[in-house]
Design a protein around this ligand. Sequence first.
Ligand code: IFM
Length: 441
Amino acid sequence: MLRHTRADFPEGFLFGTATSAYQIEGHEHGGAGRTQWDDFAATPGNVVGAENGARACDHFNKWPQDLDLISDAGLDVYRFSLSWARVMPEGIGPANPEGLDFYDRLVDGMLERGLKPAATLYHWELPSPLLDKGGWRNRDIAKWFADYTYTVMSTLGDRIWSAAPINEPWCVGWLSHFMGHHAPGLRDIRATARAMHHVCLAHGEAIGAMRSLGMDNLGAVFNFEYAQPADDTPDAALAAQRYDGIYNRWFRSGIFKGEYPEDVLEGLGLHMPANWQDDFATITAPLDWCGLNYYTRKLISPAPNEPWPHYTEGAGDLLKTQVGWEIYPEGLFHFLTDTASNYTGDLPLYVTENGMAWPDTPGVPDEARIAYLDAHLGAVLHAIEAGVPVKGYYIWSLMDNYEWAHGYGPRFGLVHVDYDSLQRTPKASYEALKAALRKNG
Ligand code: IFM
């Protein structure tokens, strides 16, 4: 059972669940074009078992049953993403009618079930032909992305409840271009600086494209990790501050303040594209809400003999999830209050992702996930009591799915997926959530 129920939250507070296109749809269906994740997974050593999203959960065909699961749980919002390569197989140029039709039916299916469609336009499956042109390193990506956004939203925009251009810009910029853990697997500081800026520019251009179509309720979705100094030394504190700057401050600062943090520019400044300062008028396009994805914390130690950013990251001894992430709900409270106090003021905040991976087996109650959700719902309530305008909480994820470089091993779902039969089985956490959402006073 969840201790926290709908009745504990303010009237109108929204509960939702989130997924993304490449992780669930089955990319081999419906005339979708090749993506950077197909290429990355096909290169030895990048993804556990070289697994890819070709089949995934076959949501492309099973979506009515998946939407039924969401509405039967009593959830209000479905945060889903659209695959650029499904809509435009070449990334630019003609749209794929089968791809647009799929999303058209999906959105209608949400509305028929009383679910609010919360769309994300980019959740990482860049069309391969655009990577051939440099991908996020190429400034032109901002225009390509705005064109894709315009095409999609010309069809769907009148029925979308809320939209965000890009999921987790840190993953697009840093994780994929500096750490090399995600496609395209680069480890290059110049590419990183460009990607970290172009992702902000593309965000702003896409917001402009959606505003030109008359859309509202537009936002941005950032991910956060609490940076804890590994010990009490001033050097560890500085290292953690640098980590925090790159991960947690760069994108919020660019998008809400029209500036990048000085402590990050110390490392990236030399590698930035020409005249980057001139782009802030586009990047700071006004938003209607801000989304926070939060999972864990890291312990940060100085690494003075390494090049900038001179730190290493590790884990402490808190309880860990299946992917080794420490469970630290205090971090969610921190980022909600920090965002409202230092960046967004009265703007509505949504927890757009939160959840845990656990090695679930059907029939065995996933008590660990229930406890995780309870603890984080507690952090949200605490933030609301402190005056932070949090308006919703979405769980990652509806069902087990493709966890990127980890393949299909980590299970994040409220619903178990058997990857042979593709059968969906709700877990105990799904049932607990359903009971908690029913308790409306
Ligand atoms: O699966 C991912 C998702 O694609 C983005 N946010 C974090 C999740 C868990 O790693």
